[in-house]
Design a protein around this ligand. Structure first.
Ligand code: G6P
Length: 367
């Protein structure tokens, strides 16, 4: 049954294992595997004419939105503002005339995101909601909605809904890029192909479970953990830290790898695991040199990368988990899965209530 745990110990574990199916279902909504084209339903705004886009959300959904900002700015050359809804709603931002907005939410009911929705609409912005619940308030009150096809998510800490949000935002970024004539048909085909390979790669990552459990045994002993990433992997570092805090109660911080020297490096010693999201690609060398700085101070580097990045990292990292090779565009989606798995296994080792972490709610419908 949809609502049962099946053979899994926790809903979170079950939902983690639904990644390949959910990503496949979600991507199939928005791309055509035959023509390798993105097919978006009618949007409430014309991306070619937008002067500016605002992205807002709460929690993990906001972090998905942050990845979306990197993709949309990079592929569509559209300026994007991103702010958590609880700030946006009181910031009184100067909104662009004819501007658009994207709100991201699993439940479609989060009070702060709903307030951001009202503010954006009152400010003349056309609002698109990316939601998992089609009949939710957000889907109804926005000017348009795109669905993540994640199915019900019971575990309080978001897993499959988060990666499904990334999948939708990736399709939007490609679609906006085409509409704004920033992407050639060739680029669109290449990026679409990379997304089509995500479900299979997600399944391959789930098979690395035992390896990630070993890593979790190390992380579970720590008092503080640092997560580092650059570019679109930076929000995934934030998500890794958030997830670990939420369900294992270990203090964790996500940082932009290049910013580490301005603060968190002071915390690094041989007791602090540094979880690095370091896929091969344009930012690999830069991220690696930040990790070497941490290693030089005794930091225990635990890196997620791919076959191309692994040899260089193995020279100084304590552990290297090699993920299936993917084009740099898809890397944030693929790296989200092992950081969720890591948090899950640490929480299980610590014996916390994985599906119902203390003080947290699945959907926060009060301010
Ligand atoms: C709560 C949940 C998070 C979620 C956030 C936003 O804090 O515990 O997992 O990311 O709300 O929820 P939404 O339903 O708007 O995505």
């Amino acid at each position: 049954a949809v609502t049962g745990k099946g053979n899994y110990r926790h809903f979170m574990e079950k939902e983690l294992h639904e990644h390949p199916a959910v990503l496949g279902d979600t991507l199939r909504q928005y791309l055509d595997p035959k023509t390798l084209e993105v097919r978006l339903p009618r949007l409430p705004f014309d991306p070619a004419r937008l002067p500016r886009l605002t992205i807002s959300a709460c929690g993990s959904a906001f972090l998905a939105g942050l990845v979306g900002r990197y993709w949309i700015e990079g592929l569509a050359r559209l300026p994007v503002d991103a702010d958590v809804a609880s700030e946006l709603r009181y910031r009184d931002p100067p909104l662009a005339e004819g501007g658009g907005a994207i709100l991201v939410s699993q439940s479609g009911e989060t009070a702060d995101t709903m307030a951001a929705l009202q503010l954006l609409r009152a400010g003349g912005q056309r609002v698109l909601a990316v939601v998992n619940v089609p009949e939710s308030s957000m889907a109804r009150e926005s000017d348009g909605a795109l669905l993540t096809v994640a199915g019900p998510e019971i575990g309080v800490a978001s897993t499959k809904a988060f990666t499904a949000q990334l999948a939708v935002l990736a399709c939007l970024a490609i679609g906006f890029g085409r509409a704004r004539r920033e992407l050639s048909t060739l680029d669109e085909g290449r990026l679409t192909q990379a997304l089509l390979e995500v479900p299979g790669n997600a399944a391959a990552i789930l098979e690395r479970d035992a390896e990630i459990r070993e890593l979790a045994a190390e992380v579970a002993k720590a008092r503080d953990v640092l997560f580092l990433g650059r570019g679109p992997l930076y929000p995934i570092a934030l998500e890794g830290a958030l997830k670990l805090k939420e369900i294992s109660y270990i203090h964790a911080e996500g940082y932009a790898a290049g910013e580490m020297k301005h603060g968190p490096i002071a915390l690094v010693d041989s007791d602090v695991p540094v979880v690095a999201l370091c896929p091969s690609g344009p930012l690999f060398e830069k991220t690696m040199s930040n990790l070497q700085e941490a290693a030089a101070r005794g930091g225990r580097i635990m890196a997620f990368t791919d076959a191309e990045g692994a040899p260089a990292l193995r020279r100084f990292a304590e552990r290297v988990v090699e993920l299936p090779h993917a084009c740099a565009f898809a890397a944030p989606i693929l790296h989200a899965i092992p950081v969720q798995l890591l948090a899950y296994h640490v929480a299980v080792l610590k014996g916390t209530d994985v599906d119902q972490p203390r003080n947290l709610a699945k959907s926060v419908t009060v301010e």
